[in-house]
Design a protein around this ligand. Sequence first.
Ligand SMILES: Nc1ncnc2c1ncn2[C@@H]1O[C@H](COP(=O)(O)OP(=O)(O)OP(=O)(O)O)[C@@H](O)[C@H]1O
Ligand SMILES: [Mg+2]
Length: 196
Amino acid sequence: MTNLHPIHDRTVQRAERETANGHRAGVVWLTGLSGSGKSTIATAVERELFAAGHFVVLLDGDNVRTGLCADLGFSLEDREENIRRIAEVARLFVQAGAQVLCTFVSPTRQIRALARSIIGAEDFMEVYVNTPLATCEARDVKGLYAKARRGEIKGFTGIDSPYEAPEAPDLDLPTANQTVAESAQQLILALRAWNS
Ligand SMILES: Nc1ncnc2c1ncn2[C@@H]1O[C@H](COP(=O)(O)OP(=O)(O)OP(=O)(O)O)[C@@H](O)[C@H]1O
Ligand SMILES: [Mg+2]
């Protein structure tokens, strides 16, 4: 470690990039149960921000787990390492001026606190995709709840692994009473307020 010499002072600075992009950089961290709507909402938000000319990046659970974190499982320890790596990647993107949308179950307060501390509290907006377990299970987009109920998946969040709801999220999206467009719009408004 002592032989490393980061080149921070010579690179194009974050502030220069933010000025060029016309928006501030930061991370929007969506947490919620599987099937709560994280990816669906973030995809809609990404589309809209991209169309408005923003430098926006979406880091999504399933994509990351096929590559960067392919060696990790779903124990609490591996979930924590998964989030640590993602948060480090998100931080690099923030330095590069991006608005980063992160969509991970991130089930425990400790895991989300880790992400917040790596990214920096001032660049971290926590969004709780607040969908009751019963609704997520009824949607069962990926058929995972049925498998977890049959015991074919062990340690599934909400079934036999805990989900700790955020105590004070920056934004709460009650998707059971909203359309996808309404949830996305609420997030974009919160992002606009955060940016100004
Ligand atoms: N207001 C809403 N916001 C988001 N999704 C909604 C809403 N209403 C209904 N849905 C539906 O709920 C499902 C959410 O699935 P999605 O894959 O986005 O969940 P996820 O949180 O990303 O799950 P996972 O953690 O397994 O990746 C989609 O089929 C979506 O159409
Ligand atoms: Mg998803």
